[in-house]
Design a protein around this ligand. Structure first.
Ligand code: BDR
Ligand code: CA
Length: 313
């Protein structure tokens, strides 16, 4: 499996890279960065720091600095001022490539048609821009897994919206409308249920880097949820990309609410039980290609795999 990662590192983005690095049958071909948890310059430095730390041999391209249609909003309260819980450390020794993350994605997809998978674990701005550069992107990528959305659970950044989709709702909607044949959405419906308790964290060796960066993130989740531990959103999406059978799915046509006063950024689907011959047509995006939305996952297996991945030398 050869994959392109689009990310906004980000503490759980970092864990996703640890997870992927530990999979013998996965090659990370390239990384693109995007605004989201922190400004894109910081996300890019963090991506470079992580590929250096993890010996991942992949180019890092800097992506979009702001959403398509709304002002930039970041989440340092969740990930720390430096995006890695105060442990970003020294300046990276390497630099990002000259092309943008959107250009990198379009160029790689053209060069390797139907060979590459995309794991998008930040706002979807780069993917939307890549669709403008290369409208055939849905035919060129083999599979796309996106972390985002809160379908039948509350949001995490507003009452109804999940952070990645809320950071760029227009981009997320363009991606859902693009016609990807093999699109999986890993939203809060499954990631919140993969909550890792404090004991999971405390079982990690003290000198293990993920344990250090997770301190800040776990403090945030402790105050957000009222229970200690943390939610591994992005590594669960990585795990579902690597092993689709870890999850079960609801297939539907999805859209992002762009105008709702309380619901902007929320993923929606028409989930009414409509008989096949019902006179009521489906309301939500009936013309769109169906996507798979993860509804359950094997959390115990995943958390075991993640522990193994973050403690691997
Ligand atoms: C998503 O938002 C970010 O805070 C995380 O990195 C993850 O990608 C979870 O809603
Ligand atoms: Ca992320």
């Amino acid at each position: 499996m050869r994959i392109i990662v689009d990310a906004d590192p980000g503490i759980d983005d970092a864990l996703a890279l640890y997870y992927l690095r530990a999979q013998p049958d996965i090659e990370i071909v390239a990384i693109g960065t995007v605004h989201g948890n922190v400004p894109v310059e910081q996300a890019t430095k963090n991506a470079l720091r992580l590929v250096e730390r993890l010996n991942i041999e992949a180019p890092v391209a800097m992506g979009a600095a702001k959403p398509l249609a709304q002002p930039l909003m970041t989440a340092e309260d969740v990930h720390g001022q430096d995006g890695l819980g105060g442990y970003a450390g020294d300046e990276p020794a390497t630099t990002h490539t000259q092309e943008s993350a959107a250009e990198q994605l379009a160029n790689l997809a053209r060069a390797h048609p139907d060979e590459l998978d995309l794991l998008a674990i930040g706002p979807l701005t780069n993917v939307a821009l890549a669709l403008q550069i290369e409208p055939r992107l849905p035919d060129l990528l083999r599979r796309v897994v996106v972390m985002g959305g809160a379908l039948n659970v509350p949001g995490n950044i507003t009452s109804h919206a999940e952070a990645n989709f809320w950071h760029d709702p227009e981009a997320a909607d363009l991606v859902l409308a693009a016609g990807f044949e093999d699109l999986t959405i890993v939203g809060l419906d499954v990631t919140m249920a993969s909550h890792a308790p404090q004991e999971w964290l405390e079982a990690l060796p003290l000198d293990c880097y993920p344990r250090r960066i997770l301190g800040f993130y776990a403090d945030f989740y402790g105050s957000f949820l009222g229970k200690k531990g943390f939610v591994p959103h992005d590594p669960l999406a990585a795990a579902i990309l690597a092993q689709p059978h870890l999850a079960s799915y609801h297939e539907d046509r999805f859209a992002i609410e762009l105008t709702g006063r309380y619901t902007r950024g929320k993923i929606v689907a028409d989930q009414r039980f409509l008989a096949p011959d019902s006179p009521f047509g489906r309301d939500v995006a009936p013309e769109r290609t169906k996507a798979r939305y993860a509804v359950t996952a094997d959390h115990a297996t995943f958390l075991d795999q993640l522990r193994h991945a973050v403690t691997q030398p």
